[in-house]
Design a protein around this ligand. Structure first.
Ligand code: ADP
Ligand code: MG
Length: 484
């Protein structure tokens, strides 16, 4: 039997407002427990929520970016349940009239093809506090700093068909919200987490299978791993004559498996009803137009422009547009050096390699885009050869000079193109290598091409890497062949 995987994601994005969605308390990460929870967040009697306009604007910006219908009227509902990290006894969310309606996100797959994933809706809600189990023996600590932090929950249609597509979707959402600047997208700090709904069905069957929902998966890699495990589990279960039950499961990254938490609750268990403390949110056309006019160029548009206007490959365009920092860095290098392909190669090659090795983000690169642009310029105008360019890059990386030119000057890396100077070095190498010269002359003609490498290496070494490699090659061949 051939099986097909069906996946829908509910992504929670923490919005980058300074204060909470219904109170003035700070949302900054990492503060002393319970130092950022005010009377509203604690649900004390007599307090009333006040909606943070910034959270509304951010939700709308997201909606516009995914070409969604924005609700003229949206309503906050109370989702009622008890948990120690929820002092009010209900979470304020949007159940029946969410702020963002149907939309669409384009994802890019490994083979550079694209696919549209439909957004069912996105709604605003508040986060709960945190239960702390470590450091408390036989007790649980409660930290309410996170209570009331604004979240945008983005619910997809079940349009994904593999773990790879799900990861690509999550990356697309990550890149949209960080481009918009509506979230810092920091998954390690929980700024983006997702619930992964997974089911399987026999290939060709139209009806969906029963799904399991895996809660709170917080990295791209874990999304893929959790789905891979869950798909295996469901297929095995069905093939052994069992049935998948609709339930909530937990992914355990240490054991690389999902475990049952509870059977799935129904919406009516929560007794949703419109929050009497908050007015409906009414948005007019002028407000939407204003926000629309402020949207930055988004990843999909950038990718398209990098291909069409700059002539980059689909792959390069997609890598360089994935994060706003990366795209801006690349564009700055391009502006300085004027050659998109070379700029792309250096950003993705030498620079990304060095950043990865030292686990640095591009925003913290020790080499600025201007410095790299000037370096590429010096390669393009033949001031230095490729080998010297790598040395200059390393020197810039380690702060050994302020600019490519300064380093080229200080280290004497200027490319030697003076034929006389190169010929003198070649003559010296030939005079110093009688055995290799004899070998070269005795070799069959088709083998000589390879053997010339030794001499090129010696001449480059003699020039401390500064000779023009094409000239060295051409002149060497002439001189050696004259000895045959
Ligand atoms: P609930 O409100 O109970 O969480 P929804 O119907 O709103 O359920 O769906 C939640 C998520 O589950 C959505 O992202 C949706 O795409 C996904 N989903 C629904 N049915 C399936 C299915 N059979 N297989 C995989 N994902 C599904
Ligand atoms: Mg759900």
């Amino acid at each position: 039997m051939q099986w097909e995987t069906v996946i829908g994601l509910e992504v929670h994005v923490q919005l980058a407002t300074h204060s909470k969605i219904f109170s003035g308390a700070s949302t900054a990460f990492g503060a002393e427990p319970n130092s950022q929870a005010c009377a509203v967040d604690l649900g004390l009697p007599g307090v009333l929520p006040v909606l943070n306009e910034q959270a509304v604007a951010m939700a709308v910006q997201f909606g516009l970016a995914v070409h969604a219908d924005i609700a003229e009227v949206s309503v906050f509902d109370r989702k009622n349940y008890f948990y120690p990290d929820l002092p009010k006894g209900y979470q304020t969310s949007q159940m029946y009239h969410p702020i963002v309606g149907h939309g669409e996100v384009e994802i890019t797959l490994d083979d550079d093809t694209t696919k549209q994933i439909r957004i069912h809706h996105a709604h605003l809600e508040e986060d709960a506090g945190k239960s702390l189990h470590e450091d408390f023996h036989g007790m649980t600590g409660i930290d309410l700093n996170r209570a009331g932090t604004p979240l945008l929950e983005i619910v997809s249609e079940p349009d994904m068909r593999s773990a790879k597509e799900a990861a690509a979707y999550l990356k697309a959402i990550h890149s949209i919200v960080t481009y918009l600047g509506i979230s810092d997208g920091n998954m390690a700090e929980g700024s983006m987490r997702c619930d992964v709904n997974v089911s399987v069905r026999p290939k060709g069957q139209e009806a969906f299978g029963t799904r399991a929902e895996i809660k709170n998966v917080n990295s791209f890699r874990f999304v893929e791993k959790a789905i891979a495990f869950e798909v295996e589990r469901q297929i095995e279960l069905i093939e052994d004559g069992g049935k998948v039950v609709q339930e909530t499961r937990l992914f355990d990254p240490e054991r690389d498996e999902t475990r049952s938490m509870r059977t799935k609750e129904e919406a009516n268990d929560y007794r949703y009803f419109p929050c009497p403390d908050l007015l409906p949110v009414v948005l007019d056309q002028a407000y939407l137009d204003h926000l629309r006019s402020q949207l930055p160029e988004l990843p999909a548009e950038k990718r398209e422009r990098f291909q069409q206007a700059l002539g980059l490959s689909a792959y390069d365009a997609s890598v360089l547009s994935a994060s706003r920092d990366m795209a801006e860095y690349f564009e700055a290098v391009h502006r300085v050096c004027g050659d998109a392909k070379q700029a792309a190669n250096w950003v993705q090659g030498e620079l990304s390699g060095a950043l990865n090795r030292e686990n640095l983000s591009i925003a913290n690169s020790p080499v600025s885009a201007n410095q790299l642009g000037e370096l590429v310029q010096r390669v393009l105008d033949d001031t230095i050869n490729g080998k010297a360019a790598k040395q200059v890059f390393q020197a810039l990386w380690h702060g050994e000079g302020a600019s490519a030119d300064a380093i080229i000057e200080a280290k004497g890396l200027k490319q030697v193109t003076d034929t006389g100077a190169i010929e003198a070095m070649i003559d010296q190498v030939i005079a110093d290598s009688p055995a290799q010269v004899a070998q070269y002359c005795d070799a069959e003609p088709e083998k000589r091409g390879k053997m010339i490498g030794y001499f090129v290496g010696q001449v480059m070494k003699a020039s401390r890497g500064t000779a023009n490699p094409q000239q060295v090659n051409g002149l060497l061949k002439e001189k050696l062949d004259a000895l045959l």
